[in-house]
Design a protein around this ligand. Structure first.
Ligand code: GTR
Length: 389
Protein backbone atom coordinates (compact mmCIF):
# COMPACT_ATOMS: atom_id res chain seq x y z
CA UNK A 1 0.00 0.00 0.00
CA UNK A 2 2.77 2.42 0.87
CA UNK A 3 4.24 2.39 -2.60
CA UNK A 4 0.82 3.37 -3.97
CA UNK A 5 0.61 6.52 -1.89
CA UNK A 6 2.74 8.77 -4.12
CA UNK A 7 0.35 8.02 -6.99
CA UNK A 8 -2.65 9.44 -5.19
CA UNK A 9 -3.46 12.64 -7.06
CA UNK A 10 -5.73 14.02 -4.36
CA UNK A 11 -4.42 17.30 -2.93
CA UNK A 12 -0.86 16.84 -4.04
CA UNK A 13 0.49 20.30 -4.63
CA UNK A 14 3.46 20.95 -6.82
CA UNK A 15 6.05 23.56 -5.90
CA UNK A 16 8.77 22.33 -8.22
CA UNK A 17 9.29 24.32 -11.44
CA UNK A 18 10.70 21.24 -13.16
CA UNK A 19 7.37 19.44 -12.61
CA UNK A 20 5.20 22.15 -14.15
CA UNK A 21 5.22 20.51 -17.57
CA UNK A 22 4.63 22.14 -20.93
CA UNK A 23 2.02 24.82 -21.05
CA UNK A 24 -0.60 24.67 -23.78
CA UNK A 25 -2.59 27.87 -23.42
CA UNK A 26 -5.49 29.24 -25.45
CA UNK A 27 -4.50 32.39 -27.32
CA UNK A 28 -5.96 35.75 -26.42
CA UNK A 29 -6.33 36.73 -30.06
CA UNK A 30 -7.66 33.51 -31.54
CA UNK A 31 -11.33 32.53 -31.51
CA UNK A 32 -12.55 29.08 -30.50
CA UNK A 33 -12.95 28.20 -34.14
CA UNK A 34 -9.39 29.21 -34.93
CA UNK A 35 -9.78 32.70 -36.41
CA UNK A 36 -7.07 35.27 -35.71
CA UNK A 37 -8.29 38.50 -34.14
CA UNK A 38 -6.48 41.52 -35.52
CA UNK A 39 -8.77 44.49 -34.98
CA UNK A 40 -10.46 46.20 -32.05
CA UNK A 41 -13.75 45.54 -33.81
CA UNK A 42 -13.18 41.76 -33.96
CA UNK A 43 -11.99 41.78 -30.39
CA UNK A 44 -14.97 43.72 -29.05
CA UNK A 45 -17.65 42.09 -31.16
CA UNK A 46 -16.38 38.50 -31.23
CA UNK A 47 -13.46 37.34 -29.12
CA UNK A 48 -14.02 39.37 -25.95
CA UNK A 49 -17.68 38.31 -25.63
CA UNK A 50 -16.65 34.75 -26.43
CA UNK A 51 -14.09 34.73 -23.60
CA UNK A 52 -16.56 36.21 -21.13
CA UNK A 53 -19.19 33.68 -22.07
CA UNK A 54 -16.67 30.81 -21.70
CA UNK A 55 -15.83 31.99 -18.19
CA UNK A 56 -19.52 32.30 -17.44
CA UNK A 57 -20.26 28.77 -18.65
CA UNK A 58 -17.25 26.93 -17.29
CA UNK A 59 -16.04 28.88 -14.26
CA UNK A 60 -17.91 31.71 -12.53
CA UNK A 61 -21.49 31.36 -13.72
CA UNK A 62 -24.08 33.77 -15.04
CA UNK A 63 -24.32 37.39 -13.91
CA UNK A 64 -27.98 38.46 -13.88
CA UNK A 65 -28.46 41.93 -15.31
CA UNK A 66 -32.07 42.64 -14.39
CA UNK A 67 -33.96 43.29 -11.15
CA UNK A 68 -37.13 45.10 -10.18
CA UNK A 69 -35.51 48.13 -8.58
CA UNK A 70 -32.53 49.39 -6.67
CA UNK A 71 -32.60 52.15 -4.06
CA UNK A 72 -29.86 53.97 -2.20
CA UNK A 73 -30.28 55.18 1.35
CA UNK A 74 -27.78 57.40 3.12
CA UNK A 75 -27.92 56.01 6.65
CA UNK A 76 -25.13 58.10 8.11
CA UNK A 77 -23.10 61.12 7.14
CA UNK A 78 -20.24 62.67 9.11
CA UNK A 79 -18.62 65.71 7.56
CA UNK A 80 -15.90 65.76 10.18
CA UNK A 81 -14.63 62.22 9.87
CA UNK A 82 -10.91 61.43 10.07
CA UNK A 83 -10.21 64.54 12.13
CA UNK A 84 -11.97 66.68 9.59
CA UNK A 85 -10.06 65.34 6.61
CA UNK A 86 -12.92 63.39 5.13
CA UNK A 87 -16.65 63.04 4.86
CA UNK A 88 -17.99 59.64 5.85
CA UNK A 89 -21.06 58.30 4.12
CA UNK A 90 -22.70 55.02 4.99
CA UNK A 91 -25.12 53.94 2.30
CA UNK A 92 -27.46 50.97 2.10
CA UNK A 93 -27.93 49.77 -1.44
CA UNK A 94 -31.12 47.72 -1.63
CA UNK A 95 -31.97 45.65 -4.66
CA UNK A 96 -35.40 44.09 -5.08
CA UNK A 97 -36.64 41.23 -7.23
CA UNK A 98 -39.68 38.98 -6.86
CA UNK A 99 -40.53 40.23 -3.35
CA UNK A 100 -36.99 39.56 -2.17
CA UNK A 101 -34.59 42.25 -1.02
CA UNK A 102 -30.82 42.28 -0.68
CA UNK A 103 -28.98 45.05 1.15
CA UNK A 104 -25.37 45.90 0.43
CA UNK A 105 -23.78 48.18 3.04
CA UNK A 106 -21.29 50.64 1.68
CA UNK A 107 -18.73 52.54 3.73
CA UNK A 108 -17.35 55.54 1.87
CA UNK A 109 -14.86 58.24 2.87
CA UNK A 110 -14.45 61.25 0.59
CA UNK A 111 -11.41 63.51 0.95
CA UNK A 112 -12.14 67.10 1.94
CA UNK A 113 -9.09 68.73 0.44
CA UNK A 114 -9.20 67.29 -3.05
CA UNK A 115 -10.79 67.94 -6.36
CA UNK A 116 -14.44 67.02 -6.63
CA UNK A 117 -15.69 64.66 -7.79
CA UNK A 118 -12.97 62.43 -6.35
CA UNK A 119 -11.46 59.38 -7.99
CA UNK A 120 -12.11 56.36 -5.78
CA UNK A 121 -11.05 52.90 -4.72
CA UNK A 122 -13.63 50.28 -3.80
CA UNK A 123 -12.55 47.21 -1.84
CA UNK A 124 -14.45 43.93 -1.83
CA UNK A 125 -13.65 43.01 1.78
CA UNK A 126 -13.33 39.28 2.36
CA UNK A 127 -11.76 39.62 5.80
CA UNK A 128 -13.19 40.59 9.16
CA UNK A 129 -15.52 43.61 8.82
CA UNK A 130 -13.39 45.45 11.42
CA UNK A 131 -10.85 45.97 8.63
CA UNK A 132 -13.15 48.59 7.13
CA UNK A 133 -14.37 50.13 10.38
CA UNK A 134 -16.32 53.33 9.59
CA UNK A 135 -15.71 54.68 13.11
CA UNK A 136 -11.92 54.38 12.65
CA UNK A 137 -11.58 53.02 16.18
CA UNK A 138 -9.91 50.04 14.55
CA UNK A 139 -7.27 50.91 11.96
CA UNK A 140 -6.09 48.24 9.58
CA UNK A 141 -3.35 48.05 6.97
CA UNK A 142 -5.71 45.90 4.91
CA UNK A 143 -7.76 49.03 4.13
CA UNK A 144 -5.57 51.98 5.11
CA UNK A 145 -8.27 54.55 4.48
CA UNK A 146 -6.35 57.50 5.97
CA UNK A 147 -3.39 56.85 3.63
CA UNK A 148 -5.70 56.87 0.62
CA UNK A 149 -7.63 59.97 1.69
CA UNK A 150 -4.28 61.75 2.12
CA UNK A 151 -3.58 61.09 -1.57
CA UNK A 152 -6.82 62.69 -2.70
CA UNK A 153 -8.81 59.54 -3.41
CA UNK A 154 -12.14 58.48 -1.97
CA UNK A 155 -12.00 55.06 -0.35
CA UNK A 156 -14.94 52.68 -0.13
CA UNK A 157 -15.67 49.13 0.92
CA UNK A 158 -18.35 46.49 0.97
CA UNK A 159 -18.25 43.16 2.78
CA UNK A 160 -18.67 39.86 0.95
CA UNK A 161 -21.15 38.56 3.53
CA UNK A 162 -23.84 40.99 2.33
CA UNK A 163 -23.64 39.53 -1.17
CA UNK A 164 -22.89 35.89 -0.38
CA UNK A 165 -21.77 34.75 3.08
CA UNK A 166 -18.43 33.05 2.61
CA UNK A 167 -19.30 29.47 3.45
CA UNK A 168 -20.82 26.39 1.86
CA UNK A 169 -24.20 26.54 3.54
CA UNK A 170 -25.00 30.25 3.73
CA UNK A 171 -23.67 31.61 0.44
CA UNK A 172 -27.20 31.40 -0.97
CA UNK A 173 -28.40 33.89 1.61
CA UNK A 174 -27.54 37.04 -0.29
CA UNK A 175 -27.77 38.00 -3.95
CA UNK A 176 -28.87 34.44 -4.75
CA UNK A 177 -32.11 35.02 -2.85
CA UNK A 178 -32.98 37.37 -5.71
CA UNK A 179 -32.03 34.77 -8.29
CA UNK A 180 -32.90 31.33 -6.83
CA UNK A 181 -33.17 29.89 -10.35
CA UNK A 182 -29.40 30.31 -10.63
CA UNK A 183 -28.91 27.64 -7.97
CA UNK A 184 -30.23 24.87 -10.18
CA UNK A 185 -28.16 25.70 -13.24
CA UNK A 186 -24.82 24.10 -14.07
CA UNK A 187 -23.65 27.53 -15.16
CA UNK A 188 -25.46 29.39 -12.39
CA UNK A 189 -24.10 32.23 -10.31
CA UNK A 190 -22.10 31.30 -7.21
CA UNK A 191 -20.37 33.29 -4.46
CA UNK A 192 -17.63 34.95 -6.55
CA UNK A 193 -20.24 36.05 -9.07
CA UNK A 194 -22.43 37.45 -6.28
CA UNK A 195 -19.52 39.44 -4.81
CA UNK A 196 -18.77 40.97 -8.20
CA UNK A 197 -22.46 41.68 -8.78
CA UNK A 198 -22.54 43.61 -5.49
CA UNK A 199 -19.55 45.71 -6.56
CA UNK A 200 -21.50 46.66 -9.67
CA UNK A 201 -24.45 47.81 -7.57
CA UNK A 202 -22.01 50.10 -5.74
CA UNK A 203 -21.06 51.45 -9.14
CA UNK A 204 -24.77 52.14 -9.75
CA UNK A 205 -24.70 54.18 -6.55
CA UNK A 206 -21.47 56.01 -7.42
CA UNK A 207 -23.10 57.17 -10.63
CA UNK A 208 -25.59 59.07 -8.47
CA UNK A 209 -23.14 60.56 -5.94
CA UNK A 210 -21.75 63.94 -7.08
CA UNK A 211 -18.77 63.56 -4.71
CA UNK A 212 -17.43 60.50 -6.53
CA UNK A 213 -16.04 60.46 -10.04
CA UNK A 214 -17.73 57.34 -11.38
CA UNK A 215 -15.39 57.43 -14.38
CA UNK A 216 -12.43 56.92 -12.05
CA UNK A 217 -13.22 53.99 -9.80
CA UNK A 218 -10.63 51.29 -9.18
CA UNK A 219 -11.98 47.97 -7.93
CA UNK A 220 -9.71 46.18 -5.44
CA UNK A 221 -9.91 42.63 -4.16
CA UNK A 222 -7.58 40.46 -2.15
CA UNK A 223 -7.27 36.74 -2.71
CA UNK A 224 -10.82 35.37 -3.12
CA UNK A 225 -11.85 39.04 -3.35
CA UNK A 226 -9.22 39.46 -6.09
CA UNK A 227 -10.82 36.64 -8.08
CA UNK A 228 -14.09 38.56 -7.75
CA UNK A 229 -12.52 41.90 -8.74
CA UNK A 230 -11.21 40.41 -11.99
CA UNK A 231 -14.55 38.84 -12.82
CA UNK A 232 -16.45 42.04 -11.93
CA UNK A 233 -14.15 44.20 -14.06
CA UNK A 234 -14.52 41.78 -16.97
CA UNK A 235 -18.30 42.05 -16.67
CA UNK A 236 -18.70 45.71 -15.87
CA UNK A 237 -16.77 48.13 -18.06
CA UNK A 238 -17.57 51.05 -15.77
CA UNK A 239 -14.69 50.08 -13.48
CA UNK A 240 -11.76 52.18 -14.65
CA UNK A 241 -8.99 50.07 -13.11
CA UNK A 242 -8.87 46.51 -11.84
CA UNK A 243 -6.69 45.46 -8.89
CA UNK A 244 -6.26 41.79 -8.11
CA UNK A 245 -4.12 41.23 -5.03
CA UNK A 246 -2.66 37.76 -4.32
CA UNK A 247 -5.63 36.24 -6.15
CA UNK A 248 -3.95 32.97 -7.15
CA UNK A 249 -5.89 30.03 -8.51
CA UNK A 250 -8.91 31.05 -10.61
CA UNK A 251 -7.78 34.61 -10.02
CA UNK A 252 -4.73 35.90 -11.85
CA UNK A 253 -2.71 32.65 -11.81
CA UNK A 254 -2.62 30.29 -14.78
CA UNK A 255 -4.61 27.16 -13.92
CA UNK A 256 -2.93 24.99 -16.54
CA UNK A 257 0.43 25.67 -14.94
CA UNK A 258 0.62 22.96 -12.37
CA UNK A 259 2.00 24.98 -9.46
CA UNK A 260 0.50 25.70 -6.04
CA UNK A 261 -3.27 25.54 -5.63
CA UNK A 262 -5.13 23.42 -8.20
CA UNK A 263 -8.68 23.45 -9.55
CA UNK A 264 -9.40 20.20 -7.71
CA UNK A 265 -8.21 21.68 -4.45
CA UNK A 266 -10.12 24.95 -4.78
CA UNK A 267 -13.31 23.20 -5.88
CA UNK A 268 -13.04 20.83 -2.93
CA UNK A 269 -12.42 23.51 -0.29
CA UNK A 270 -14.68 26.15 -1.81
CA UNK A 271 -17.26 24.46 -4.08
CA UNK A 272 -19.65 27.40 -3.62
CA UNK A 273 -17.28 29.98 -5.15
CA UNK A 274 -17.69 28.70 -8.72
CA UNK A 275 -20.39 27.12 -10.84
CA UNK A 276 -21.16 23.40 -11.10
CA UNK A 277 -19.56 23.03 -14.52
CA UNK A 278 -16.21 24.05 -13.08
CA UNK A 279 -16.06 20.80 -11.12
CA UNK A 280 -15.59 18.97 -14.43
CA UNK A 281 -12.10 20.41 -14.53
CA UNK A 282 -10.94 18.86 -11.27
CA UNK A 283 -7.59 17.33 -12.21
CA UNK A 284 -8.40 18.25 -15.82
CA UNK A 285 -7.12 21.80 -16.15
CA UNK A 286 -5.83 20.97 -19.61
CA UNK A 287 -9.43 20.56 -20.82
CA UNK A 288 -10.47 24.07 -19.78
CA UNK A 289 -11.21 26.19 -22.87
CA UNK A 290 -9.86 29.23 -20.99
CA UNK A 291 -7.07 30.19 -18.69
CA UNK A 292 -6.78 33.23 -16.49
CA UNK A 293 -4.68 35.39 -18.84
CA UNK A 294 -7.80 35.59 -21.02
CA UNK A 295 -9.77 37.04 -18.14
CA UNK A 296 -7.21 39.79 -17.56
CA UNK A 297 -7.18 40.43 -21.32
CA UNK A 298 -10.93 41.18 -21.29
CA UNK A 299 -10.28 44.20 -19.07
CA UNK A 300 -8.41 46.03 -21.88
CA UNK A 301 -8.07 48.85 -22.61
CA UNK A 302 -8.68 49.59 -18.94
CA UNK A 303 -5.60 49.06 -16.76
CA UNK A 304 -5.12 46.02 -14.56
CA UNK A 305 -2.73 45.64 -11.64
CA UNK A 306 -1.78 42.21 -10.32
CA UNK A 307 0.24 41.41 -7.22
CA UNK A 308 1.79 38.53 -5.35
CA UNK A 309 3.69 38.04 -2.11
CA UNK A 310 7.05 36.31 -1.91
CA UNK A 311 6.00 33.71 0.67
CA UNK A 312 2.67 33.01 -1.00
CA UNK A 313 3.67 30.22 -3.40
CA UNK A 314 0.17 28.75 -3.05
CA UNK A 315 -0.99 31.65 -5.28
CA UNK A 316 1.77 30.95 -7.85
CA UNK A 317 3.50 34.33 -8.33
CA UNK A 318 5.22 33.22 -11.52
CA UNK A 319 1.97 31.94 -13.04
CA UNK A 320 0.22 35.19 -12.14
CA UNK A 321 2.96 37.27 -13.66
CA UNK A 322 2.90 35.17 -16.84
CA UNK A 323 -0.87 35.62 -17.10
CA UNK A 324 -0.44 39.38 -16.77
CA UNK A 325 2.21 39.43 -19.51
CA UNK A 326 0.12 37.27 -21.83
CA UNK A 327 -2.90 39.53 -21.37
CA UNK A 328 -0.97 42.27 -23.11
CA UNK A 329 -2.07 40.96 -26.51
CA UNK A 330 -5.49 42.61 -26.23
CA UNK A 331 -4.02 45.89 -24.98
CA UNK A 332 -1.78 45.98 -28.04
CA UNK A 333 -4.86 46.10 -30.26
CA UNK A 334 -5.56 49.47 -28.61
CA UNK A 335 -1.98 50.59 -29.20
CA UNK A 336 -1.15 50.14 -25.51
CA UNK A 337 2.10 48.55 -24.43
CA UNK A 338 3.08 47.62 -20.91
CA UNK A 339 6.48 48.18 -19.41
CA UNK A 340 6.55 44.81 -17.69
CA UNK A 341 9.91 43.03 -17.76
CA UNK A 342 10.43 39.66 -19.45
CA UNK A 343 11.09 37.81 -16.23
CA UNK A 344 9.31 37.78 -12.87
CA UNK A 345 10.36 41.06 -11.21
CA UNK A 346 12.53 41.02 -8.10
CA UNK A 347 10.75 41.26 -4.75
CA UNK A 348 9.64 44.80 -3.84
CA UNK A 349 10.27 46.09 -7.36
CA UNK A 350 6.88 47.39 -8.50
CA UNK A 351 5.94 48.11 -12.10
CA UNK A 352 3.33 50.83 -11.78
CA UNK A 353 3.02 52.12 -15.32
CA UNK A 354 -0.34 51.36 -16.96
CA UNK A 355 -1.86 49.55 -18.71
CA UNK A 356 -0.49 46.46 -16.92
CA UNK A 357 1.14 46.67 -13.51
CA UNK A 358 2.63 44.04 -11.27
CA UNK A 359 4.60 43.62 -8.07
CA UNK A 360 5.70 40.86 -5.79
CA UNK A 361 5.85 42.10 -2.24
CA UNK A 362 8.11 40.65 0.39
CA UNK A 363 6.18 38.63 2.95
CA UNK A 364 3.01 36.66 3.42
CA UNK A 365 -0.40 36.39 1.77
CA UNK A 366 -2.04 39.70 2.68
CA UNK A 367 -3.11 43.15 1.52
CA UNK A 368 -0.88 45.81 3.05
CA UNK A 369 -0.15 49.56 2.94
CA UNK A 370 2.76 48.75 0.64
CA UNK A 371 0.34 47.21 -1.88
CA UNK A 372 -1.98 50.22 -1.63
CA UNK A 373 0.92 52.60 -2.20
CA UNK A 374 1.57 50.94 -5.55
CA UNK A 375 -2.15 50.92 -6.40
CA UNK A 376 -2.25 54.67 -5.88
CA UNK A 377 0.89 55.23 -7.98
CA UNK A 378 -0.67 53.18 -10.78
CA UNK A 379 -3.95 55.15 -10.61
CA UNK A 380 -2.09 58.48 -10.45
CA UNK A 381 -0.27 57.64 -13.67
CA UNK A 382 -3.35 56.39 -15.43
CA UNK A 383 -5.56 59.37 -14.62
CA UNK A 384 -2.74 61.86 -15.34
CA UNK A 385 -2.13 60.34 -18.76
CA UNK A 386 -5.84 60.45 -19.56
CA UNK A 387 -5.91 64.12 -18.74
CA UNK A 388 -3.08 64.87 -21.17
CA UNK A 389 -4.98 63.33 -24.06
C1 GTR B 1 -7.31 30.09 0.28
C2 GTR B 1 -7.69 29.69 -1.11
C3 GTR B 1 -7.11 30.68 -2.07
C4 GTR B 1 -7.36 32.11 -1.63
C5 GTR B 1 -7.34 32.31 -0.12
C6 GTR B 1 -7.95 33.61 0.40
O1 GTR B 1 -7.61 29.18 1.25
O2 GTR B 1 -7.20 28.41 -1.36
O3 GTR B 1 -7.56 30.42 -3.36
O4 GTR B 1 -8.51 32.61 -2.18
O5 GTR B 1 -7.96 31.30 0.55
O6 GTR B 1 -8.99 34.05 -0.05
O7 GTR B 1 -7.33 34.19 1.31
Amino acid sequence: LLFLLPCLPVFSQNYDESQVGTLALPKVLKTQDGREVTTIKDWESTRRPEIISLFETHVYGQVPKTWDRVIFKLTKEDKKAMKGKATLKEVTISTFRNQEQVDIHLVLFIPKKAKKPSPAFLLINNRDPSNTDPTRKTLSGFWPAEQIIEKGYAIAAIHVSDAAPDNKTDYRNGVLRLYPEQLTKDDGMAAIGAWGWAASRVMDYFETDPDVNAQQVGLVGHSRGGKASLWACAQDERFAICYSNNSGNTGAALSKRNFGETVLKINTSFPYWFNTNYKKYNDREQDLPVDQHLLIATIAPRPAYITNASEDLWADPKGSFMATQLAEASYELYGLKSSLPNELPAVNTPFTTPPLGYHIREGAHNLTPYDWEQFIAFADQHYASKKQK
